[in-house]
Ligand binder design. Structure first.
Ligand code: NAP
Length: 285
């Protein structure tokens, strides 16, 4: 099977590594605007050969793994170029804009809209990890718009790399992911910003940073080139989630200002429920 990965970074590279590990007779071709990333992917054995966009005419499977604003444009070009039985899927962190973009394409039935809920704060082919998707969820949107044979082929591939499947409507996906992923990134970026600004005046502050700070601010290392288009495409739901978060922060501030320590205690105690919720999720997994 000839697999073409467009955007050979963290997610594209990790998929390439897992496909190589779990599939027999697979050749991975990499296409990327960034020539250094392509060379690195070749050197690390993530891809077998370099390719260009036009080469997807020979592909059995095309994975589009570039920033979400680029995916919306590239997908049309890929769908224009492929042969009749090629499976094309994306991995973008937003789904509505991408599904809208391709909805009237003559080859829409070759496309499957996917979002693997797996990743790290790092980018590029050096960040690609074997086994990244094992036991993780892959959200698939508008599955009924993909040709049945290609759905089957995609599900088989996802199963081989250990993914569980969840089906969702693209708008519901974008709404839910705004809370559990996009808001967490903004919160981490702004926490990092607040502490960096303070550190400029008080140089010792990072000597005091413990593992709590490090884990809370981990997502602030993420790539702005990847996240700006995500926030742009999911602006409405991100703004909704931000408003609710800011209301909660303001409320907490008011409670402290008013010396309402019983309410401060209760706010935190109620939120401790997150332990059971997250445990429940990992048990279900
Ligand atoms: P990444 O590590 O930065 O990889 C993206 C690659 O695409 C980079 O090599 C980038 O080059 C390249 N690229 C950018 N524009 C391009 C273009 N026009 N044509 C060809 N290649 C281009 O990013 P990633 O984290 O793998 O994210 C890729 C996709 O996965 C995004 O849609 C993201 O929403 C989705 N996703 C990410 C995560 C996560 O945790 N990171 C999780 C799930 C899904 P440069 O380095 O020069 O920009």
């Amino acid at each position: 099977m000839k697999v073409y990965v467009i955007g050979i970074g963290l997610i594209g590279g990790s998929l390439a590594r897992d496909f190589k590990k779990h599939l027999d007779d697979v050749t991975i071709f990499g296409a990327d605007l960034n020539e250094k990333n392509l060379d690195k992917a070749l050197e690390l054995g993530i891809i077998d050969e370099k390719a260009e966009l036009k080469d997807v005419a020979q592909a059995d499977c095309v994975i589009v793994s570039v920033p979400v604003d680029v995916s919306a444009v590239l997908l049309e070009q890929v769908l224009d170029t492929i042969k009749g039985d090629t499976l094309v899927f994306d991995v973008g962190s937003t789904k509505h804009a991408i599904c809208e973009k391709v909805k009237n394409h003559v080859n829409r039935r070759n496309f499957l809209a996917a979002h693997p809920i797996a990743g790290t704060e790092f980018s590029g082919p050096e960040a690609a990890l074997e086994g990244l998707f094992e036991g993780k969820t892959n959200i698939i949107c508008e599955v009924e718009k993909t040709a049945f044979k290609l759905q089957e082929r995609a599900l088989e591939l996802f199963k081989k790399i250990g993914m569980r499947i969840r089906y969702m409507d693209p708008v519901a996906h974008d709404k839910h992911i705004a809370y559990v992923s996009h808001l967490s990134h903004i919160s981490s970026f702004m926490l990092g910003k607040t502490v960096i600004e303070k550190e400029q005046n008080e140089r010792d502050i990072f000597d005091l940073a413990g593992s709590g700070f490090e884990s809370t601010v981990r997502l602030a290392k993420s790539s702005p080139a990847m996240w700006t288009p995500i926030f742009k495409q999911n602006k409405q739901f991100v703004l909704e989630s931000l408003k609710e978060y800011i209301d909660n922060l303001s409320n907490f501030k008011t409670l402290l200002e008013s010396d309402c320590y019983q309410e401060v205690f209760e706010e935190m105690e109620n939120t401790n429920r997150i332990k059971e919720i997250l445990n429940g999720i990992s048990i279900k997994k």
